[in-house]
Design a binder for this molecule. Structure first.
Ligand code: PAF
Length: 285
């Protein structure tokens, strides 16, 4: 049975009880509409904690004015059932007024410099401030020993790593592997926006990431690999925001022929914007 909590005092009482018993607490922050990727994060956190809390909160401060906050799918009953099955103990589902007592506009905000200024940050101004703001609040509310985030949101993970180190939040971050459908499409709550013909071409994103990796490993120039990826996706009907190869810091294009790399894509198919990435190693292997 999962405990569903909407009230901050109730959450604090549960957390205080667990801490008194000396139990380790894991947190999985989510915006709900959960799928197998989220459930895998619950199972990951479970391996490092005695009790797992999943937050389900569609966070208004991370959506731009023309983004999908209103139509973002909200499925709390199904979320609770899936979380219970994955081994989650408590679903923390605050209202906007509980998360932001003075309202989202008057909220104290967090800003992580540097890594938020490129890629997603450059295209979605304020998005990562909203993420850092709500994640900091969740850390303060739940006081977890470990917190699990998915690698699909690669840049988000980099932002949160910076936040945790810089503010010395006393917790360990866990990074969960990307969970994909059999045809390679990374699981995302936004996949359900895809019309049938869009869903059929969406796996091209992952195929393109693999081609980028293989091209670089075969010695092609990064610029050529990036341009080819963008062309391939445009030809398949995507509108490409970026198709790039970076080092893990994400800050600048990754040149040279060895070391850790990540290929990142953001592209729109119809009205739906999807992101994906692939981490790999270059050099003698
Ligand atoms: O990755 C998400 O679902 C959200 O950005 C997060 C981390 C739950 C913050 O709202």
């Amino acid at each position: 049975m999962i405990d569903i909590v909407h009230d901050l005092d109730v959450l604090r009482a549960r957390i205080a009880g667990w801490k008194r018993e000396g139990l380790r607490i894991g947190l999985v922050p989510t915006m709900g509409n959960l799928h197998a990727g989220h459930h895998s994060l619950v199972r990951l956190a479970r391996g490092y904690a005695d009790r797992v809390v999943a937050s389900v909160f569609v966070n208004p401060t991370q959506f731009g004015p023309h983004e999908d906050f209103d139509r973002y799918p909200r499925t709390p009953e199904a979320d609770a059932a899936g979380l219970a099955e994955a081994g989650c103990d408590l679903m923390w589902a605050p209202t906007v007024a509980t998360m932001y007592p003075f309202g989202p506009e008057a909220a104290v905000r967090m800003h992580v410099p540097g890594v938020t200024e490129v890629l997603e940050g450059a295209r979605r101004p304020g998005h990562f401030d909203g993420v850092a703001t709500v994640v900091s609040r969740l850390f303060l509310q739940v006081q977890p020993d470990v917190a699990a985030f998915g690698r699909k949101d690669y840049q988000q993970l980099a932002v949160i790593r910076h936040l945790v180190r810089d503010l010395a939040f006393p917790l360990e971050l866990l990074a969960g592997a990307i969970v994909r459908d059999a045809d390679g499409l990374a699981l995302s709550s936004r996949n359900q926006y895809l019309a049938a013909h869009e869903r059929r071409v969406a796996p091209r994103l992952y195929a393109t990431l693999q081609a980028m990796r293989d091209g670089l490993r075969a010695g092609l120039a990064r610029e050529a690999v990036e341009a080819d990826a963008a062309r391939t996706l445009e030809a398949a009907g995507f509108e490409v925001d970026y198709a790039v190869v970076r080092t893990p810091s994400l800050q600048a294009p990754a040149d040279g022929d060895r070391g850790e790399r990540v290929a990142l894509l953001a592209a729109r198919i119809g009205r739906t914007r999807l992101i994906d990435n692939l981490e790999f190693e270059l050099g003698p292997g």
